[in-house]
Design a protein around this ligand. Sequence first.
Ligand SMILES: Nc1nc2c(c(=O)[nH]1)N[C@H]1C(S)=C(S)[C@@H](COP(=O)(O)OP(=O)(O)OC[C@H]3O[C@@H](n4cnc5c(N)ncnc54)[C@H](O)[C@@H]3O)O[C@H]1N2
Ligand code: MOO
Length: 421
Amino acid sequence: MWTVDEHLADVLAAVAPLPAIELQLLDAQGCRLDEVVLADVDLPSFDNSSMDGYALRTADTVGATAEYPSVLSVVGDIAAGAGELPTVGPGQAARIMTGAPVPPGSQAVAPVEWTDGGSGTGRAADAMGAAVEDEEVRVLRPVSEGAHIRRRGSDVAAGTRVLEAGTRLGPTQLGLLAAVGRATVKVRPRPRVVVLSTGSELVQPGEPVGPGQITDSNSFTLTAAALDAGAIAYRVGGVPDDAARLRAVLEDQLGRADLIVTSGGVSVGAYDVVKEVFESYGGVDFRRLRMQPGKPQGFGRIGAGDSGPGVPLLALPGNPVSAYISFELFVRPVIRTMLGAEDVHRPVVRAVCPVALRSPAGRRQFLRGRYRAADGVVEPVGGAGSHLVGALARADCLITVPEDVTELPAGSEVDVVLLGG
Ligand SMILES: Nc1nc2c(c(=O)[nH]1)N[C@H]1C(S)=C(S)[C@@H](COP(=O)(O)OP(=O)(O)OC[C@H]3O[C@@H](n4cnc5c(N)ncnc54)[C@H](O)[C@@H]3O)O[C@H]1N2
Ligand code: MOO
C-alpha cells in the first residue's frame, strides 16, 4: 500500500507545466503570462480632454469672473475620434468632448460648468467644418495651464514594461493588453481535462431513475472542480461498464485531453471493466492508498505511441466523497502544476476540534468539516461514510487524522485542508 504523500509525489513527478502558446486575449483569462509585455504605444496616445468643455488659451481667462467673464468666440466642435482639428487662436475656444484630442493653440480645457455653456445653436461649425461666426462662450473663472488635459504617455510610456512574465491575467491585465494593442498573448494554457464517469447504473440528471440505478453526480462534481482549479473541463457522463464502449470513448477523447479523470470501477468488483480497459493500455497502475476515503486509485498514461508520451490519467474511486477528496488531494495539484501555478496545494491550517474523533488504524482519514477562522475551531460535518453527499455539500474543509492515530480526544488540534469558496 502507498501513503498519500508517496502517491502524490509519484503523480506530480509525471506532469509538468504545459508548453506556452499564443492565445486570443479572452482565451487567456486566468492564465500565467509567458512573456514580458512592452508597450509599443503611449497611453493616452494623444493629449486629450478629461472633461466636456472648451479648449482655450489660458491668457484669455486671466481675471475672469462670473460678473466679468471672458467672452471667447467658438471656432469648432471636437468630438472623440475627431481627425481634423481647428487651431485655437487668441480670443477663441473650441468646444471639446471628453476623450477628444486637444486642438493646436489651446493650453487647457474649461469644463462646461466653468462657462455659461455657450450661446447660439449648439452647432459650433457648419457642414464644411468652418466656424459659425456668431457663436460665443463666456468663461466664468481663470483656467490654469494644462487643466483637464490628459497628456500623451502620462499613463503608459511607449517602450516601458507593462506586465511581467508570470503575471496571472485577470480582467484588468487583459484590458491593459487590449489598450496597448495586443490581440494575442503568450501564456501557459489551461489544461484540457476530460472528466468521465463509468458505471452501467448511472443515469443522467433529469432522466427517470430505475430500480438500482443512481444519478451520475460525480461527473458534475469533478468537472466543476476541474474548472475551479483553472482547467478547461469537458464532461463525459455515464459510460457503461462495457469494455468496447469505454475504449471507444477514450480513443475519442484522447485527442482533446491534456488529462483524463475518471470515476468508478477501480475497486475489486466483478464488473470492473474499467480496470481491465485501462490496464490494457499498459501504462496504468492500480494501487491502494493508506487513506480513507479514497483507498483504491488508478494512475498512469494512456495513448502513448509514435505521436507522444500519451495522456496522464487518474482513475478515481466511484463513491462520491472518495472521488471528490481524491480530486482535491491529487487531481487539483496536477492541474495547478500543468498551469504553472505557484499555489499547487490547498492551504492547510491547524484548528481545534471540540469533538472526539475515531479513525481506522494505518489510514490517513479525511473527515468533512466546517472551519471557523475567527476562533480557529473546526466541526465535523456528517460521518465518515464515502457516500454522504449531503454533508459534503455543507463542508468547507477536510479534517485530517494521521495514519498512526485511531482516537483523538475532544479539544485536540488537527490539520485542516481548506477547500476554498
Ligand atoms: N470487497 C471490497 N469492496 C470494496 C472495496 C474493497 O477494498 N473491497 N473498496 C471500497 C472502497 S474504499 C471504494 S472507494 C469503492 C470504490 O469503488 P469503485 O471505484 O469500483 O466504484 P463503483 O463500484 O463503480 O461505485 C462505488 C459507489 O459509488 C457510486 N458511484 C459510482 N459512480 C458514481 C457517479 N458517477 N455518481 C455518483 N455515484 C457514483 C456507485 O453507485 C457505488 O455506490 O469500492 C468499495 N468496495
Ligand atoms: O476508500 Mo473508499 O474511498 O472509503 O470509499
